[in-house]
Design a protein around this ligand. Structure first.
Ligand code: PLP
Length: 624
């Protein structure tokens, strides 16, 4: 557990058992329940589900929803806030039906609503949200069809808000509202001057692409006044960006928004709702700092800061406390999914032992390299490696000019890699590694080939260098003896993971165990529930993975409540416009031609066609 820092980033949902298994540890009926992931994998395998599998633990999602509501309730009770909290889940963070269904089911207890950013999301939200007290927030571009649908939903009793992202939207909304005779609930998205740190900061600040600046807000107010419809303006919204690591940025933004809110109340708008958007971060690396993969606050601190800031600034102006809405998606769903995958093979950068003696005709430079290798110690590592690089490059030059044979060059390269490996071993004895040699471990790391696609399952790891906790899910009662980077099966040079969380920050190699004969080795990528499924793509035609949802009971037993089989090869080919039937016909024609030409027999044709058909029906990942 210490090697991988699981207790730092696991948020109490994951731990390591005495038998060395990663266990899922939800808090049910006032006690911790422990469910072994390797045992879950065994159950999946028995049911015929191949790796990779995306495992969703419904209890974790429920727990995150409850925690958010309880924290806001406690913060409000503590200071005597005179209104309520209403969460809305932004569908974009993970649109899968099972996710929305679970959020609306469990969130129903708290009137948790939904945020839709497009027509498709609105349609999903209208069908999934049955609670008239929950809010449905419509952000994003809205055309006439979108607006009409939203207006009818309002008439049906939905608590649906159109948030104006651009001044031009108002005209169309007012026109349709008049035409249909339905009064909308309107919100305005403001551009904050405040800008936060983190990966996604462009959502905030004056230059953010969405929202109204103060002049545009005033124009909206004037237009509504002139149309005698200011009574529709009920909500102020902003979104500072996702994954805001620093609580100071969150507080600054709330204070700025409260000033604008009071300004709108002064103008005569009824208001009543303040929507703070997303931003609540996930502590992916468990460091509890304001580093991009972390956050320097707890959920309780977030809620307390928001509530206090709203209350203080509104009390100062004598404005009634609004319903506070947040659009946290990442923090709700990140913990809920774990990608489980197996290792298919490894490759090691290990040099053969140094020869006892060099051959008679060995060139002097190779002899020098050999002497440097023999005399390397913990005191002269850096100097010896500098010499080694010099000799290696010179030897390569001689090879190019034909003065060194292939066999001699191979000998030199082996001595060089032997030195690099030895240097890494020596450096592990030091407390402080010289900065020039920090990359040494990475240079000699093994490559573990993982049965998954980075682009499909953890796209942010490739796209923005986000670091997710990744670790073996078993054999944790043995010290890992190897250090590796992971390569996926897309055969793309970017299809690798070479940043890992360790208890001291981010490491370039992952401690792993040696593979055993006849025993599979399984790893998990944790905290991948937010954004990854949606942003994942079909690079190299590796499709959606199998997905299994788990519900754990108080006694530690569990059910696989849902299973969605991953894409077949035929599915992904159809996504890119192939017709699997046509492909079959074409290939059969080629096979028949081969029979005609005597290359294969008719019986062989049958075998080949069977392999083709099995491939079409099969999983896009490596099957056992
Ligand atoms: N609300 C809006 C308008 C967003 O654009 C986003 C995503 O960036 C969110 C909410 C979700 O934010 P978070 O990822 O911080 O939960």
């Amino acid at each position: 557990a210490e090697v991988y820092g699981i207790r730092n980033w696991g948020a109490g949902y994951f731990d390591v058992s005495r038998e060395g298994h990663v266990v899922i540890t939800p808090f049910l009926d006032n006690k911790k329940v422990r469910v072994s992931i390797p045992k879950i994998i065994k159950g999946l395998r028995e049911r015929g589900l191949d790796m990779p599998v995306l495992l969703r633990v419904e209890n974790i999602l429920d727990s995150q929803i409850s925690l958010l509501h309880h924290s806001f309730r406690a913060a409000m009770d503590k200071v005597g806030y005179k209104n309520v909290f209403r969460g809305v889940y932004p569908i974009k963070v993970n649109q899968q039906e099972q996710v929305i269904e679970e959020i609306t089911r469990h969130g129903g207890k708290y009137h948790h609503g939904l945020e839709a950013g497009s027509k498709a999301e609105l349609i999903a939200a209208l069908a999934m949200l049955r609670d008239p007290e929950a809010c449905l927030i419509c952000n994003g571009y809205k055309d006439e069809e979108f607006i009409d649908l939203g207006l009818f939903a309002r008439k049906m009793g939905y608590n649906i808000f159109f948030v104006l992202e651009m001044p031009s939207e108002l005209e169309l909304i007012l026109e349709r509202a008049k035409a249909l005779g339905i009064e909308p609930l309107l919100g305005a998205r403001m551009k904050l001057a405040a800008k936060a740190g983190g990966h996604w900061t462009e959502s905030g600040g004056d230059r953010s692409i969405f929202g109204l600046d103060t002049a545009q807000l005033v124009q909206v107010v004037d237009k509504l006044k002139s149309e005698n419809m200011l009574s529709c303006l009920r909500l102020l919204h902003y979104h500072l960006g996702s994954q805001i690591p620093n609580i100071r940025d969150i507080r600054t933004a709330v204070l700025e928004a409260c000033r604008v809110y009071c300004g709108l109340v002064d103008e005569g708008a009824p208001m009543g709702y303040l929507d703070l958007g997303g931003g609540l971060a996930v502590d992916y690396d468990g460091s509890h700092t304001n580093y991009v993969n972390s956050r320097n606050y707890t959920l309780d601190e977030y809620c307390a800061d928001v509530v206090e800031a709203v209350m203080e600034s509104l009390d100062e102006k004598g404005v009634e406390h609004p319903v506070i809405i947040t659009e946290s998606g990442r923090a709700l769903v990140a913990y809920y999914s774990v990608l489980l995958f197996n290792i298919l093979d490894t490759s090691r950068f290990e040099a053969a032992p140094l020869p006892k003696k060099l051959p008679e005709d060995t060139p002097t430079l190779i002899e020098n390299l050999y002497i440097a290798a023999k005399s390397m110690s913990v005191r002269n590592v850096q100097e010896s490696l500098n010499d080694a690089v010099y000799y290696r490059d010179e030897i390569r030059g001689l090879f190019r000019h034909g003065h060194v044979t292939l066999r001699q060059r191979a000998l030199a390269e082996n001595v060089f890699w032997h030195m690099v490996n030895q240097a890494a071993v020596l450096l592990r004895q030091l407390k402080q590694v010289p900065p020039e040699l920090e990359d040494l471990e990475e240079a000699i790391a093994d490559i573990y080939y993982a049965n998954m696609s980075v682009f499909q399952s953890v796209p942010d790891s490739w796209a923005i260098g986000q670091v997710f906790p990744i670790m073996p899910v078993h054999r944790l009662d043995e010290m890992p003896s190897r250090r590796a980077i992971l390569a996926d099966i897309t055969c793309d040079c970017d299809g690798k993971i070479d940043r890992f969380i360790d208890p001291h920050g981010v490491a370039k190699v992952l401690p792993v165990h040696d593979l055993k004969d006849n025993e599979e080795y399984f790893l998990g990528a944790f905290l991948v529930g937010a954004y990854q499924e949606t942003l994942g793509d079909l690079h190299n035609l590796l499709g959606d993975t199998n997905v299994v949802s788990l519900r754990i009971r108080e006694d530690g037993s569990y059910d696989f409540v849902r299973e969605v089989e991953g894409d077949t090869v035929a599915d992904v080919l159809a996504y890119v416009e192939y017709n699997p039937k046509k492909l079959h016909t074409k290939f059969r024609e080629t096979a028949e031609k081969a029979v005609r030409e005597g290359r294969i027999t008719a019986r062989e044709r049958r075998e080949i066609m069977r392999a083709f058909e099995d491939g079409m029906r099969g999983y896009t990942y490596f099957e056992r």
